[in-house]
Ligand binder design. Structure first.
Ligand code: TRP
Length: 332
């Protein structure tokens, strides 16, 4: 193996409207991995076209997503940040891995079942082989760890199965990746239905706080958050709404549940909700300012995309030349 450093890879959809759930559960932690790993974070525009896209919007969201991740603290000096379609080896490896992935395996993927129900008029082959492209993303970099939300765990497990199958034919070809499932991220719930995960595609805008929501909006959404008929701020079974607000408050302030209970002892839900709204808005303000600044400099973002793609390509080419040889393609 050619690695002297452990590799961390994750992919992010080019979608501008990320939530505080994405921020607290995933993005904020992404920058921590660069201390221990060589990190690759890829904006997956090729995955995006498995459902219909408006080209101008896809392009705009690709810039926005890169800017947002950088604004959330991902330093391009310490992390390789790039766009999937700029490194053609992703699609190339995906084709090869398609031939080592079984129809039955792909039919069992829950995301495929969900998405084909949702887009019944467009169940294209790309939607079906989406997990193979994702496996290619990961395996192309000989990745050791993949930080993802719980909903992507099944896909990372499939990537492991594909890699193991490939290695059983071609020994030592691919590193077997491990998923790292973020804990806090899956605990950020909808403000309207606190037994449901906060989802960026929720139809009820009051259920979701977006990273780019302004202060008034953030405060208003928290003020409307569903709680319970009790009056006391404490973390307990059956108090899903308050538990969720306490989790959010704890994520932004670093305080423990006991400390929060103490702080709001004798105060009502109104005061507590306002406090949650304020810490959240205050934490998001610098991210938003930086985002606006980055997005205004399109040439700067393009230079970053280029640099990222060059860095990524170096690793991608190494894996591909090894794989081409192993499979029996003629090298010139
Ligand atoms: N499928 C992932 C999602 O929807 C995005 C993704 C694409 C990804 N390729 C990846 C995540 C590789 C981790 C590793 O969130």
């Amino acid at each position: 193996m050619f690695k002297d450093q452990k590799i961390c890879f994750s992919g992010v959809q080019p979608s501008g409207n990320l939530t505080i759930g994405n921020y607290l559960g995933a993005i904020r932690n992404f920058s921590l991995y660069s201390e221990q790993y060589k990190t690759f974070y890829c904006v997956v525009d090729e995955h995006a076209i498995t459902v219909r896209q408006v080209p101008a919007e896809l392009r705009r969201r690709t810039y926005e997503t890169l800017a947002l991740y950088m604004a959330c603290g991902l330093d391009p000096e310490k992390n390789t940040l790039y766009v999937q379609s700029h490194v053609p080896e992703h699609a190339e490896l995906a084709w090869i891995l398609n031939c080592y992935t079984m129809y039955g395996e792909l039919s069992r993927m829950t995301q495929f079942k969900d998405k084909s129900a949702k887009h019944a008029d467009n169940i294209n082959a790309g939607l079906f082989t989406y997990p193979v492209l994702m496996a290619a993303d990961i395996l192309l970099y000989q990745t050791d760890v993949v930080p993802v939300g719980i909903d992507q765990k099944q896909h990372v497990e499939l990537a492991r199965d594909i890699a193991n199958r490939f290695n059983s034919v071609f020994p030592d070809a691919l590193t077997i990746p491990e998923p790292i499932i973020s804990k806090s991220g899956m605990k950020i719930m909808s403000l309207a239905e606190p037994t449901k995960k906060m989802s960026k595609s929720d139809e009820n805008v009051n259920a979701v706080v977006y990273i780019l929501d302004d202060k008034d909006t953030v405060i208003r959404k928290f003020r409307r958050a569903v709680t319970d008929s009790d009056t006391c701020v404490r973390f307990a079974e059956g108090k899903d709404g308050i538990n969720n607000l306490m989790t959010i408050y704890s994520c932004f302030t670093g305080k423990t549940m006991e400390e929060i209970e103490h702080e709001f002892d004798g105060k009502g839900y109104g005061d507590f909700k306002l406090a949650v709204g304020e810490v959240c808005a205050d934490a998001l303000a610098p991210v938003q300012a930086r985002y606006t600044e980055l997005l205004a400099d399109k040439a700067g973002l393009e230079a970053q995309m280029k640099r990222g793609a060059e860095e990524a390509s170096y690793y991608a080419r190494r894996t591909m030349s090894k794989i081409r040889k192993k499979i029996g393609f003629v090298s010139l």
